[in-house]
Design a protein around this ligand. Structure first.
Ligand SMILES: [Zn+2]
Length: 354
């Protein structure tokens, strides 16, 4: 499967508008790939570059994967592909003294004013880990984004969109690539969404609300065992009724099987719950960074927030700080530290410090 096809398979909702835009020649000249996964940040920019550079686009606008532009982009040998990445020990991209200063913004930008030597005429500039541009470099690059040279596509990647100047973000089309798109049982998690909504709306000002929210989340986590039992028992209900007439060995076997399935089901629900908690805070952070709700990987998770009236403005710095705390919580819940302690610590830490 070529790069574009696997991108489209993983992110169908994002691929569609990009293809349409490419087909009509209206692709944005600057894209911002946002992902927490470093592999995705590294591998997808060249795939997106093919949207512009492909010389034999498919009918629906997707790159063909076969022309020399597509193939050389995939191989990293496209002659007009220029990449800037933090290389110094400080892991910082600086403006640089002049065009000849390697691995700096100046040397990177200088090539885009020259003609292209490729068939398609497109020049591609990729800035990996764009958040490592220091403020001066970001400001300098902003001028290029404001008046881009013709037939240039810039693709920035970042795991920390909040570290980019809002003016940079607003000039790029954001492509949020979350690799753990998950289908949540929204009926089961409605109480969790409600508790998190209360937390996000009020707990910052009210420790009593924060405590209440912690209690609700702990109760939901506790209830998953019963939920697992109920699901599995229902699955085996008919067999259990029949087994009433079985000899005791057969019944024991059946009971053991049910216990095994219940424990699997519990682990599955628990993992879903933890992932749901994370998705809530990750998506609020993405919203705070200006990402449109329809581009979120699981907009259903934060729907209660989107629909709530009178909500406070999401401040980006706060939202990303809480997300970082939520990631610690997720780690703790996955390593089976005391659940109650982990949740209380998270709630009180984030509530009291805001
Ligand atoms: Zn092609």
């Amino acid at each position: 499967m070529n790069g574009w096809d696997s991108f489209e398979k993983s992110f169908p909702l994002l691929a569609m508008p990009l293809k349409n835009a490419a087909q009509r020649g209206r692709l944005s000249h600057s894209l911002l790939v946002v992902s927490a996964n470093p592999d995705i940040r590294l591998s997808f920019p060249p795939v997106l570059a093919a949207l512009s550079a492909c010389t034999d686009r498919r009918e629906d606008g997707a790159p063909c994967g076969n022309c020399s532009a597509c193939r050389s982009l995939a191989a990293g040998t496209y002659p007009d592909l220029f990449t800037l990445a933090p290389t110094s020990k400080a892991r910082e991209i600086t403006v640089g003294k002049d065009d000849g200063d390697p691995d700096t913004l100046r040397s990177f930008e200088s090539v885009f004013h020259l003609g292209s030597i490729t068939e398609s005429g497109w020049k591609i500039g990729i800035i990996q880990e764009a958040d490592t541009m220091n403020e001066a470099a970001q400001n300098a690059f902003l001028k290029t984004l404001e008046e881009p040279p013709p037939k240039c596509l810039f693709i920035l990647s970042t795991g920390r969109p909040g570290a980019l100047l809002p003016t940079i973000r607003s000039r790029c089309q954001t492509i949020p690539l979350t690799d753990n798109v998950c289908i949540y049982d929204m009926e089961l998690f409605a109480p969790a969404a409600e508790a998190l909504l209360t937390f996000s709306l009020k707990a910052n000002r009210d420790l009593v609300e924060a405590e209440e929210c912690a209690v609700r989340l702990i109760r939901i986590l506790d209830s998953l065992e019963t939920a697992a039992e109920e699901t599995v028992t229902k699955r085996w209900d008919a067999r259990l009724k029949e087994a009433e007439n079985l000899e005791s060995a057969g019944l024991k076997l059946l009971e053991r099987r049910i216990a095994g399935e219940t424990s699997c089901e519990y682990r599955r629900l628990r993992e879903q719950f933890i992932s749901f908690l994370h998705a809530w805070f990750a998506e609020l952070a993405e919203l705070s960074a200006g990402i449109a709700p329809e581009l979120l990987p699981n907009p259903e998770v934060v729907r209660p927030w989107l629909e709530a009236s009178d909500k406070p403005k999401l401040r980006e710095r706060d939202a990303f700080r809480i997300l970082a705390e939520a990631e610690t919580l997720v780690k703790n819940l996955r390593t089976n530290v005391n659940d109650e302690l982990a949740i209380r610590t998270f709630i009180l830490k984030t509530a009291a410090r805001r």
